[in-house]
Structure formats: structure tokens, C-alpha cells
Design a protein around this ligand. Structure first.
Ligand code: SF4
Length: 233
């Protein structure tokens, strides 16, 4: 098994893989630094963790017949050199595979994708270099994100795109721009996620957090332009 580092585990979830009862494994490490990140402790790929892969596999053996799926989340799962082998091992136990990713490594993503059953693909900002860099702490390369999304759209896999609507960085116009790009690329399913202020953000009010996701004109536009659209609060 190549290197695989686990930062956390959710033993039971019904919200991380549509219509499946899943365990979620949070991979340690993310190359991006989104200002709204609620998993900042997962960002450092070298941070200490005490969750051993083999123990997680033992847990999955015990849950066979109870859980349907395992979701590889993060952090950013594509950081892990051992991700492919890990997924193969979990598939071998009979589980469906979900993957949460921002698509930062398209070549690796292309290798992993055939082993997955569903992908949740994060869209952080309008698909332009300066905006993507702005919202990922200068780290993301938007062309790589677009390449990954193109691979996903052409794969025939079930997937969704979703955007966390942090009003400090995104405007209604930004969401229109994102939506138009996604529609052009062939995305069918799109979700807006409410921003929940991180601990250090004492200035963003509940009302501000709702501005984007409750914009009725925008909601109507998104309903008309995607086969599936919804807001997650
Ligand atoms: S991509 Fe996800 S884990 Fe990485 S910094 Fe952004 S929100 Fe946090």
C-alpha cells in the first residue's frame, strides 16, 4: 500500500453520498487554503494522526451489510499517493465508493475515477485563474480544475458540483458566472452550500450568510439551467 494518511473518520453519514449510508474517511492534507475551511486541521499533510488504515479496514469488515458506501473526503484525497490502492481494497470489501475533491490533480483523478461510484466536486470560485487563486490562498491552478471537471463530465459518472457561498468572497454575479461555466461544460447537478462562519470570523452575520443562497432570481435561474439544483443550509 502506498502512503495513505487519515485525519478523521465519520462512522455513519447519510449526507455525504446521495441515498447511501456511508462511512466517511477524511484524508490528511490539502494543498489549498480556502478562507472558509472548517477542516483546517486537515490541511497539513505532515500533521500527526493516530488513525491507522488497517483499523479502518477492520471497522469496515464489521460494518458489511450495514453500510453501503465509503466516501473518501478531506482535506483533498488526491494528495494521497496510496489512494488508488486504498479504494481498490475498500471496493474489494463490497462497498460503493464516493469521492469528494476539488480536482487539483487531473491525471491522478483520471486514474481514480473509474474506481468510484459518485463524485462530489467542489467549485470554489468563478473558473478564472485570479479568482480561484484568491479563494484558495493562492494555491489552485484553475486550468487543472477545469481539466478534472472535463474528465468528470465526459466520464458518464454520477456526480454533483457544489459551491460554498462565502459572502466575504463571492457575489451573486460570481454564482451566475460559475453556473454558466458549469452548464457549458455539461454539468447537470449543482448545489449552493451555506457558508457557516469559521471560528475566527466574528463579522459575518447570519443574514449575510443567507444573501447568496436565498436570492430568488438566482435560485430560479439555477433551477432552470440544471437538471438538479438545490440549496444546502
Ligand atoms: S479544499 Fe477543502 S480542505 Fe482544502 S482548504 Fe479548501 S475547504 Fe479546506
Amino acid at each position: 500500500m502506498g502512503s495513505i494518511r487519515i485525519g478523521g473518520i465519520e462512522k455513519f453519514s447519510i449526507v455525504d453520498f446521495p441515498n447511501q449510508m456511508a462511512a466517511v474517511v477524511f484524508m490528511q492534507g490539502c494543498p489549498w487554503r480556502c478562507p472558509f475551511c472548517h477542516n483546517a486541521q486537515l490541511q497539513d499533510v505532515n500533521a500527526e494522526t493516530n488513525i491507522v488504515w488497517e483499523k479502518f479496514i477492520d471497522f469496515l469488515r464489521q460494518r458489511k451489510g450495514i453500510l453501503d458506501a465509503v466516501v473518501f473526503s478531506g482535506g483533498e484525497p488526491l494528495v494521497q499517493k496510496g489512494l488508488k490502492e486504498a479504494i481498490v481494497e475498500v471496493r474489494g470489501l463490497g462497498y460503493k465508493i464516493g469521492l469528494h475533491t476539488g480536482g487539483y490533480r487531473p491525471q491522478y483523478f483520471m486514474e481514480i475515477l473509474p474506481l468510484t461510484d459518485w463524485v462530489g466536486f467542489d467549485i470554489k470560485a468563478p473558473l478564472r485563474e485570479e479568482r480561484y487563486k484568491e479563494i484558495t490562498g493562492g494555491a489552485a491552478e484553475v486550468e487543472k480544475v477545469k481539466d478534472s471537471l472535463k474528465i468528470l463530465c465526459e466520464s458518464g459518472k454520477h456526480f454533483e458540483c457544489r459551491t460554498t457561498c462565502d459572502p466575504r468572497f463571492l457575489s451573486v454575479d460570481d454564482i451566475y458566472e460559475i453556473a454558466n461555466s458549469l452548464k457549458t461544460m455539461g454539468v447537470k447537478e449543482y448545489y449552493l452550500q451555506k457558508y457557516r462562519p469559521i471560528e475566527s470570523d466574528k463579522n459575518t452575520s447570519e443574514g449575510q450568510c443567507l444573501v447568496l443562497i436565498e436570492d430568488e432570481k438566482l435560485n430560479e435561474y439555477l433551477r432552470q439551467n440544471f437538471e438538479v439544483f438545490d440549496v444546502r443550509k
